[in-house]
Design a protein around this ligand. Structure first.
Ligand code: GLU
Length: 466
């Protein structure tokens, strides 16, 4: 079997958006699934709209998603000679020609066609003039005027385009720049791309591209046009529906694996399964399972999936992604062991990494911030003696494990004749400043002796100062 070669070919005129990320992901997954290659190509021939900043944003988005390309990035802006060579070839084989019709003349042709109730089109004035190169001339593709061009699409099925619908379209502008349809085919041909998987907004371009493949004498790739991603009102996903940039979701605290899982399910399915690890996606991703109907982007569902991924992930997978949020609050996160120990206590309680970092404040704050209500309710004079006793018992322990901590608390309960709740809540407030937190045994184990003893002491002082 031939090796699969896919590509992602973004135009760098903005950030990496959800739809683009989905295209990149499908191409990457398919290459991974088939042990093929995934190529990154930056389509920056539109100099007016392309910016370096957008190129960087695309890299940043892909990096966060964990999508690595095997070849590239290739830049169209650096490939002018290759396009020129192919355009010359098309001219010399009689598949393209120079055209000197002026914009006014072309507008007049269009007007004439419209007046006759026909589709506006170039009328072929220069088709057989055999003009040579000259300044201001464009190059047009000599499109066949009869028969059909058929797109056999893996997703859409067979789509028939009547060739007489096409006019002799421009493949090189008067400034010498190739047009999109020419550049994309020359690139895909010279990069040996055999699987073109992209958004279905490109279906209408495909017959022109097929004609160029044929004129160049090159075998067609497999085409797979994926339905657009839609918003909840079933219109194409746009800013009106909320954030569409991939990095906005990173900044909201999504785990990349969760976002990748959610993206994959936008237009691809595997039975009813919703949760996929990255590895599972690679194992299961085939073109046949891409759906015909558009995926609807649902941020609420995405967040629920994120919570599931946070719950299921290993602490070491979460650690690098939650760190930036902790650092945003000014915390020093150099102690990896501490970070990896506290993560499991927050995993079941966090829908996003941002939420996880917010709940981790008490682990990092040098001085606790106390919730006034909790202090009033739980830090009362009657609890001073039990807290003192707890301090003493804990200070004699050499290590904290659940069993030992349990014994300490059972002894306290017996000694002071109080229920666990009566002692656990004050301890929680003493250690976290609030009345809601992970289990106190877990917290004690993570915080460690020094911090625990300091915070108990501080709570005692607080009560006594009242
Ligand atoms: N550069 C095109 C875009 O960003 C994609 C071209 C293609 O995939 O063929 O829409």
């Amino acid at each position: 079997m031939r090796k699969i070669r896919t590509r992602f070919a973004p135009s760098p005129s903005g950030y990496l958006h959800v739809g683009g990320a989905r295209t990149a992901l499908f191409n990457w997954l398919y290459a991974q699934h088939t042990q093929g290659s995934f190529i990154l190509r930056i389509e920056d021939t539109d100099q007016a709209r392309s910016t370096d900043e957008s190129v960087r944003a695309i890299f940043e988005g892909l990096e966060w998603l964990g999508i690595q390309w095997d070849e590239g990035p290739f830049y169209q802006s650096q490939r002018s000679e290759i396009y020129a060579e192919h355009i010359d070839k098309l001219i010399s084989t009689g598949n393209a020609y120079y055209c000197t019709c002026t914009p006014d003349e072309i507008e007049a042709m269009r007007e004439k066609a419209r007046a006759k109730g026909e589709k506006p089109r170039y009328d072929g004035t220069c088709r057989n003039k055999e003009l040579g190169p000259q300044t201001g001339a464009v190059v047009r593709f000599k499109a066949p005027q009869s028969a059909n061009t058929i797109l056999d699409d893996v997703v859409k099925g067979s789509i028939v385009f009547a060739n007489n619908e096409l006019d002799d379209f421009v493949i090189r502008r008067s400034d010498g720049m190739p047009t999109y349809n020419l550049a994309v085919v020359v690139d895909d041909v010279t990069m040996n791309i055999n699987t073109v998987l992209r958004g279905d907004d490109h279906v209408m371009n495909t017959p022109k591209q097929i004609l160029i493949y044929q004129a160049l004498g090159h075998e067609l790739p497999v085409f797979a046009h994926v339905p657009m991603v839609l918003g909840d009102d079933r219109t194409r996903l746009s800013k009106r529906h909320g954030a569409t940039s991939v990095t906005a979701y990173r900044d909201m605290g999504l785990l990349p694996d969760a976002f990748v899982n959610y993206l994959a399910r936008l237009g691809w399915s595997y039975g009813d399964q919703e949760f996929f690890t990255r590895q599972e996606l690679i194992e299961k991703f085939t073109l046949e399972r891409i759906g015909k109907s558009a995926g609807i982007f649902d941020p609420v569902k995405m967040q629920a999936l994120n919570a599931d991924h946070i719950q299921a992930a290993a602490p070491e997978v979460i650690a690098p992604h939650v760190k930036p949020f902790l650092q945003e609050s000014g915390y020093n996160t150099d102690d990896e062991t501490y970070l990896k120990a506290l993560i499991p206590t927050l995993q079941p309680r966090s829908k996003t990494l941002r939420e996880m970092a917010e709940q981790a404040h008490f682990y990092y704050r040098p001085e606790l911030e106390y919730d006034e209500k909790a202090v009033k309710k739980f830090l009362k004079p009657a609890i001073v003696e039990p807290l003192k006793a707890l301090k003493e018992n804990l200070s004699s322990l050499t290590s904290f494990d659940e069993k030992k901590l349990e014994t300490v608390f059972v002894n306290l309960m017996e000694k002071f004749e109080i229920k666990l709740g009566k002692i656990a809540q004050p301890v929680r407030v003493a250690l976290t400043g609030t009345s809601v937190s992970p289990g106190i045994f877990e917290i004690i184990a993570v915080l460690g002796k020094k911090k625990v003893l300091q915070r108990l002491e501080k709570a005692i002082e607080l009560i006594q100062a009242r």
